[in-house]
Design a protein around this ligand. Structure first.
Ligand SMILES: NC(=O)c1ccc[n+]([C@@H]2O[C@H](COP(=O)([O-])OP(=O)(O)OC[C@H]3O[C@@H](n4cnc5c(N)ncnc54)[C@H](OP(=O)(O)O)[C@@H]3O)[C@@H](O)[C@H]2O)c1
Length: 327
């Protein structure tokens, strides 16, 4: 079977496209015919070694997929050949990746695609929307009626944060480019603030005079000096982007009002936490409220080019690899 794989860590040039042995499912695994694979920032971190995770070479790259069940292990009863499925946790922690014609997925990491869901759109949501769910609920402990600031609200993660926070009864203040204001309102933001405004903190304060309960920054700017001051008592800042940012933290204003800063990476989420996120995503995909902003399809053999473009900051929306796109 054909796959995009690497034999050592390095630049996008180390990605090869060619034949690899078809994987064998174990008793609690599912063999999936892959339809589509998304390309995420984290895939570039794994490939380059910027983020270290156990892997064996040759290593098939990629984390998320949609596809169809080809065969199930003897202990698998939840799926049958022909079922449409998705997964968002291959390609790290010792598991081979998703960018192949066939992959093996542990059954507790596989979810059913909602009826009618588009496999290219759903794969584009798999990573950012699960990240948004974990940030808002697992780590951010969002409750209905709370005020949520989302910085980078028009991006892949940011837009999922807006949709999910609004669906949970949150009041959403989105910080995004002015050209994305209409889009952010359309997906559920109550207020939109242009990130180029000279007084973004003042605008957030005006929209949330009692302070924000939750503050998430998907742009990775992580201006904690400002963010801490914008929080209500017991407000939470959830850090999820900006691998190399080194912000200053105003400690007094943080602990004197029981505020907190916490961080997370989806890569450490348990199968149970990911499954909970997947159920929420499936509900929102099924009712049409969660959709990716933009999807560009490339052939699986263009994986190196996809990584290059993502690293150059030249992608808006998601690149999705598939065998049925033109190569
Ligand atoms: N912790 C985790 O588990 C986890 C999981 C997934 C992703 N991530 C990280 O999340 C980040 C976002 O990923 P993504 O796919 O959502 O990227 P993305 O689609 O490129 O979104 C980033 C957004 O930030 C906006 N932005 C840029 N500068 C800004 C500023 N100064 N203020 C406010 N917004 C600004 C961009 O707007 P413009 O288009 O106008 O530039 C864009 O809409 C990445 O760093 C990724 O590594 C972390």
């Amino acid at each position: 079977m054909r796959a995009a794989y690497i034999e050592r860590l390095g630049s996008p040039d180390v990605i090869r496209y060619g034949d690899q042995p078809t994987p064998e499912p174990g008793p609690t695994d599912v063999l999936v015919d892959v339809r589509a694979v998304s390309v995420n920032h984290v895939d570039t971190f794994v490939r380059s070694g910027a983020w270290r995770t156990p892997l064996t070479f040759p290593f098939v790259i990629g984390r998320d997929l949609t596809g169809t069940v080809a065969a199930v292990g003897a202990g698998v009863h939840r799926f049958r050949p022909g079922d449409r499925v998705w997964c968002n946790s291959l390609g790290h922690d010792g598991r081979q990746g998703a960018a192949a014609e066939q992959v093996v997925v542990p059954v507790d990491r596989l979810y059913r695609l909602p009826e009618g869901a588009d496999p290219y759109e759903t794969v584009a949501l798999a990573h950012p929307a699960a990240t948004a769910y974990l940030g808002l609920f697992t780590h951010g402990r969002l409750r209905s009626g709370e005020t949520v600031v989302v910085v980078g609200a028009a991006g892949n993660v940011g837009s999922a944060l807006v949709v999910m926070a609004a669906a949970a009864g949150g009041r959403v203040i989105a910080v995004a480019s002015e050209r994305d204001a209409e889009y952010c309102r359309g997906i559920g933001a109550d207020h939109v603030i242009d990130y180029r405004d000279p007084d973004v903190p003042g605008r957030i304060r005006a929209a949330a005079p009692a302070g924000a309960d939750l503050y998430l920054d998907a742009s990775g700017m992580n201006d904690l000096e400002t963010a801490v001051d914008l929080l209500a008592g017991r407000g939470r800042i959830v850090l999820l982007a900006g691998l190399r940012s080194r912000p200053e933290l105003p400690v007094g204003p943080l602990y004197l009002r029981d505020r907190s800063v916490l961080g997370f990476a989806i890569s450490h989420a348990t199968p149970g936490e990911l499954a909970e996120a997947a159920s929420a995503i499936n509900r929102l995909v099924a009712d049409g409220s969660l959709r990716p902003r933009a999807v560009e399809r490339l052939h699986l053999s263009d994986a190196a080019e996809a990584h290059r473009r993502l690293e150059e900051g030249k992608v808006r929306g998601k690149l999705v690899l598939s065998r049925d796109a033109k190569g």
